[in-house]
Design a protein around this ligand. Structure first.
Ligand code: FAD
Ligand code: SF4
Length: 861
């Protein structure tokens, strides 16, 4: 650990050097030092830092990762050798005890007295502990420093129940820590919802349900009045205000009821402090003494404490500039935050509570998936002003850019709060290309898109390099996905091959990870993450790994206990989410062949549940407008009539379309319908990197359009011709002939190998056409692997497919028969209250969802 560096060694003997003292080496104090060093301040200034904690600055934002294996060294923010530079001195484990503004000196706890020309207070804040009796008992903790966390970990050993006082941002982090230490965990919040500062009632309710699903017990509207001791004198219980005087038995308590600025030095030195604490500073972050500045969580700027790291860094930049003679000012900061609490995305940004005159809110709430989104827009919906996202914050970066005006707000802005769906603009965002160069990508460090692009042009080729040269993504980390997208975009533009890691949690491409899962026979996401990844996982890697398990037939059904949390919204409900929050139901109709009895049942179900019916391009019937609570009832009746899931919601085989072939058509040479049915039943439920479509035509007239499919088959006098890697969609591509004149068995074997090879090697969300386009060696390579078995994996691929066929079970049938799985659809069962957000209007004898302008009123939460 670095300690005091003798002052004599600090600098040259020039007499005109000045001394800057920085009290506090936390996140903001360290940022100030870095900026000063970068701007060459040490040429004129000797900078002396006092660091009260026994270790140099570390990433407090990432503190909780200490419980998931991140070491104190990993969290360090100080580059090795940083304090060895001439002009820098640090006193570790020593605090400034007093300031004498008149003499211009500070004196430390250990007795060092240093004269300063400028002093910066960067002393941060301390956790507020409500003054309840028993708060100091053994077993009571706070959650602020690495030492605190070490103490909690030690104390939790052998204990059973822990409680956190405070259901705010930090309280929930602390609760997660207790949970990860194996304690039954309670959160006690005084307000009537969780995170009352950042999110509204709707968001609080969704967050609560999600947290309770993880086994944490949440008590809101409860005021803790006493911590009760046990016979051994340590914590044994908690008592609350109110008529219900039931005590809660606990072994350990963590207080996380807010922060208070550490302004004690300033108070004692006679500097102006706020009524409720905080060192009062002006826009230059200068205190009532012009030689003393205050930054970070100890500073009261514009009457408020800015309790996030980004405003603190902004203040550090201002003070560095002022010390170097500049005129920078702090005019407030964006308090937008995106966090992952217990694996749950929570974001609050811009005018989240619709305080702007005329502002309106568009609310999407899915109480079953526990996803809540509130989008605040200006009158008429022309500009996004702010919002709250709980459970799905994929659109956070895009929405923040819209709030800042760096990206246009689209016309149908309600689309922005719908969950990600394949092919929708909402799913993909507006694209990083449409960001203005001046758009602020990293708010913590004020790094624009232009600066990131320039850094890539200047030679940064990966995220760590970009972080190092621009500091983007080194604050709260919320912008890292956007930084990654920009990096990829710029590299591609420069013609550089882009390393295709699945996401920030895995240093492997999908293909590499698939091989790892397959070879090591891994069956749970936590195992994959622990052995081959890092962090908690995200909305990219979780469904991708879930899809691998499903393709390999391991880990059980996609809605089994361990698998269910990994699935995206469609798979989560085994149905396709529509733009109004309802779902579509598509039973499988193999080869488009359906009995009159089944048609009647479909009609009756549609009538009874008020569903809109449409014949799809894949020769089946889409029933749209189903409410989530109705899905099990609908499927029970369809399954009773001999139908099964059509997997329209999954990245899986959709349909094998067919013409009537030789059975009816006078041109038909082979039984295309029979083959289509056989193929559809063989490959049904097969999970893949993307959806799979197929078709069989009975002759070369090609009525089933087989050459536009992922695998398409055309009957000829000589046998079956197999075409592969055709796609419709946005960029249509014709399929290419893989093999001609195949007999039935060789055809099946060839399709088995082709599909399994694609599943093994394609990237996430990569359709077969794109895969083939990128495949080294193209069609020739594919033929060599599939037909000539040059890699010697043919038998393996076939065996994998045989296993899939043998293990297949209809996902809906196994859901209907399992009360545990049905529970996710249960919230609305027996509820007479329809979801008021779902509004239909009549159209051509059926009904469809209303557009925003057709709804009578915009609902507020
Ligand atoms: C668990 C946790 C999670 C968080 N998550 C987020 C997040 O997701 N996003 C976000 O933006 N913010 C988050 N924060 C808040 C963020 O960490 C703070 O905003 C940031 O650390 C403030 O930096 P600071 O330098 O002002 O204070 P600190 O980092 O607290 O540093 C102050 C330092 O000064 C020292 N000190 C105090 N008095 C003296 C003295 N007299 N002499 C010498 N040294 C002294 C203290 O011991 C401390 O080391 C989180 C905080 C915690 C605890
Ligand atoms: S593809 Fe051939 S067999 Fe099939 S319907 Fe058309 S003409 Fe008839």
């Amino acid at each position: 650990m670095a300690t005091t560096v003798p002052r004599a060694e600090m600098a040259s003997s020039r007499v005109d050097r000045r001394t800057l003292v920085v009290a506090g080496n936390g996140m903001v104090g360290q940022k100030l030092l870095e900026i000063l060093v970068e701007r060459g301040a040490t040429a004129e200034w000797d900078i002396v830092t006092f660091c009260e904690e026994g270790r140099l600055a570390y990433d407090r934002v990432g503190l909780s990762s200490f419980f998931t294996g991140t070491s104190a060294a990993d969290l360090s923010l100080v580059a090795p050798g940083f304090f060895d530079a001439v002009g820098l001195e640090v006193h570790v484990g020593d605090a400034v005890a007093s300031v004498d503004p008149e003499a211009g000196t500070v004196t430390s706890v250990r007795g060092a007295t240093i004269a300063y020309d400028a002093l910066v207070l960067a002393t941060g804040s301390y956790p507020f502990v409500p003054p309840v009796p028993g708060k100091d008992l053994t077993g009571c903790h706070v959650y602020r420093t690495l030492d605190d966390l070490e103490a909690i970990r030690e104390d939790a050993e052998g204990r059973c129940v822990g409680a956190v006082v405070g259901g705010g941002l930090l309280g929930l982090e602390a609760a997660n820590a207790l949970r990860s230490l194996g304690l039954e965990t309670h959160v006690v919040e005084f307000a009537h919802r969780l995170m009352p500062v950042q999110i509204d009632d709707g968001g609080g309710a969704a967050l609560r349900r999600r947290i309770e699903d993880l086994g944490v017990v949440v008590h809101t509207g409860m005021a803790t009045t006493e911590i009760l001791p046990g016979p051994d004198g340590r914590v044994a219980g908690m008592r609350f205000a109110g008529e219900d005087d039931t005590d809660l038995d606990v072994d350990l308590v963590v207080f996380s009821a807010g922060i208070r600025p550490r302004d004690e030095l300033a108070r004692r030195a006679g500097l102006e402090v706020g009524e409720r604490g905080g060192v009062v500073v002006d826009e230059a972050c200068r205190t009532s003494d012009p030689r003393i500045y205050a930054i970070g969580e100890c500073a009261l700027v514009e009457g408020r404490i800015w309790g996030l790291v980004a405003p603190g860094y902004h203040m550090a930049r201002v003070v560095a500039d002022r010390i170097l003679g500049g005129g920078a000012t702090f005019g407030g900061a964006d308090l937008s935050t995106k966090l992952k609490l217990m694996g749950i995305d929570v974001a609050s940004f811009g005018d989240a509570f619709a305080a702007t005159p005329g502002a309106e809110s568009i609310v999407f709430s899915d109480p079953v998936a526990n996803v809540y989104k509130r989008l605040v827009v200006s009158a008429g919906g022309t500009q996004v002003l702010g919002g709250i996202l709980v459970g799905d914050a994929a659109m956070y970066q895009t929405l923040v850019q819209m709030v800042r005006g760096d990206m246009p707000t689209p016309r149908n802005c309600e689309e922005l709060v719908l969950p990600a769906r394949a092919g929708s603009g909402a799913a993909t965002g507006m694209g990083v290309e449409s960001l203005a160069d001046t758009a602020m990508v990293c708010s913590c460090n004020s790094v624009s898109k232009g600066a990131i692009c320039a850094a890539v042009e200047g030679g940064a080729t990966d995220v760590p390099a970009l972080k190092a040269c621009t500091t983007a993504g080194t604050g709260c980390g919320g912008c890292v996905p956007l930084v990654t997208d920009l990096l990829k975009l710029e590299l591609r533009r420069a013609g550089v091959e882009v390393r295709n890691n699945l996401c920030e949690h895995f240093d492997y491409s999908r293909q590499e990870l698939f091989d790892i899962v397959r070879v090591h026979r891994l069956t749970s996401f936590s195992q994959v993450l622990a052995d081959h990844g890092r962090g908690l996982g995200c909305e990219v890697c979780k469904p991708a790994v879930a899809s691998m398990f499903a393709s390999l037939g391991v880990g059980g059904s996609i809605l089994d206990r361990d698998q269910a949390p990994l699935q995206d919204t469609n798979d989560h409900f085994l149905a396709n989410l529509q733009r109004d929050g309802t779902y579509s139901v598509i039973p499988r109709v193999p080869g488009g062949e359906i009995t009159p009895e089944q048609l009647i049942v479909i009609g009756q179900v549609a009538q009874d549940y008020g569903l809109y019916c449409k014949i799809t391009g894949g020769q089946r019937i889409d029933l749209l407008g189903a409410r989530v609570e109705d899905l099990p009832g609908i499927w029970a009746r369809l399954i009773d009539a001999g139908m099964e899931s059509g997997h329209a919601y999954g990245k899986a085989l959709r349909t094998v379309k067919s013409c009537v072939g030789s059975t009816w058509c006078r041109y038909g040479v082979l039984d295309s319908t029979g083959l289509a049915i056989e193929l559809e039943l063989r490959y049904r439920g097969l999970r893949a990197p993307h959806k799979l479509k197929s078709a069989v035509s009975g002759c070369t007239r090609e009525c089933a359009e087989a050459q536009s499919k992922d695998f398409g088959i055309i009957a000829t006098e000589q046998g079956w011709n197999l075409y592969v890697c055709g796609n419709g969609g946005m960029r249509p591509q014709h399929a290419q002939l893989l093999a001609a004149g195949l007999d039935h068995d060789s055809l099946i074997r060839t399709v088995d190998r082709f599909l399994m090879y694609y599943i093994r090697t394609a990237d996430r969300l990569e359709r077969t056409a794109t895969w083939l386009n990128k495949l080294e060696g193209g069609l020739d390579h594919l033929k060599a692997v599939v037909l000539d078995d040059v890699l010697g994996i043919g038998a393996e691929l076939e065996a994998e497919m045989d296993r899939h066929v043998a293990d297949y079970r209809c996902e809906w049938a196994s859901t209907i028969g399992d009360p545990d799985k049905l529970r996710r659809f249960r919230t609305f069962i027996n509820s007479d209250e329809p979801d008021p957000d779902v509004v239909f209007v009549p159209e051509r004898g059926q009904r469809r969802p209303a557009f925003t302008h057709e709804k009578q009123e915009v609902r507020l939460p």
